[in-house]
Design a protein around this ligand. Sequence first.
Ligand SMILES: [Zn+2]
Length: 387
Amino acid sequence: MDSIWVLLIPLPCTKGGQVYDVDPEADTVIIVPPGTEPFAPWDPKSDQIQNGSKNALSQSGVRINVSSRHLTLASGIFRRKLNHFSRNTSVQPDGRIHLYTSQRFDPRAAAIVMNAVHAKGFKMPKAVDLETLAQIAFFADTFGLLEAVSVYVELWALKLQGQFPEIYNRDLILWIYISHVFRLDEPFKAATRIAAIYSDGPIRNLGLPLQHGVVAAIDVRRQELVARSLSTVYGILDSLSGGAATCDESHCDSLLLGTLIKLLSKKGILWPRPAKPFTGVSYTAIIDDMARLSQHLGGRAAKAVNGVNGTTKHHANGTNGVHVNGVNGVHKPLTKTSKGQGGEVHLSGTHPGKPAVHHCGAMRLVAGFGQLDALADEVEGVELETV
Ligand SMILES: [Zn+2]
């Protein structure tokens, strides 16, 4: 569908509305229709950018006064559209060609891009928030104007690094989209890595024209990570049920086996064991489940040794065991809920300061959960040149 329409008949109703004067001697007007739909919604029910309709032409939109010369130099889309219509037939009563965008855009983002196209550097903002940056990316991407604004985008993105998301959320998708269209290597690698670690299926596109190749490359990494994690978990399950990890002191093996079976059964992944594409399974969910399981096992084992008042303290190898390389190279904790997994379980004795250390085959398997943390460190973000 055309991203822009040229009005060929005079429509007085297109007058009015807010005006951005990018070029005071404008021979062209870009009219952005009004709209109230949220931009790039997370909710899948409204996961589509709402298209404008020709009925919307009857409403006044935001008018951006521009020069056709700058537009045609900067964008093939505008060049083809403007060259296709002769000025004789398409000039409106105000002496200008009216271009009507067929989608709703943020008028401020559109005006910022147009200022860049017209080399109005002094009008460019020193910083923008992530929302505006995404809107700028969407407008520039739609009309082939990425190059005109890219030098500014690099500066704005640098200033936003401190707010880089650490989990899979809407902001993360916006970063993936922005860094992909503007070819920002470091943020793209960091954001796609976090998405692979946290997502439980192909990432949402929020209705943005996010390339399928990007979504697929992230999901390949997620599937690989989930496969390796589940392989560790099922390896522990098989060792326990095969009697390879026994406990002669307090039946830790039976406790662990029973708890693990219940947990996997509740998740619906006891049998059959899931296979690729592991829809609905995320690496972080596995990590959190195993952390809870080892805490639970530690508590039960403590009671078996010390009676009901026994307490258990895990050496929290996993507290910060999983890290994400942020765009600035600073390690950030991946999750705050993966405490207490891995490592040996120390069971407090009756004398404070003299913990009774319990070693057995089952406890060594619990320590094996700690290996799951390390898997995230091996995940590489997607390289821009591959998508
Ligand atoms: Zn034991």
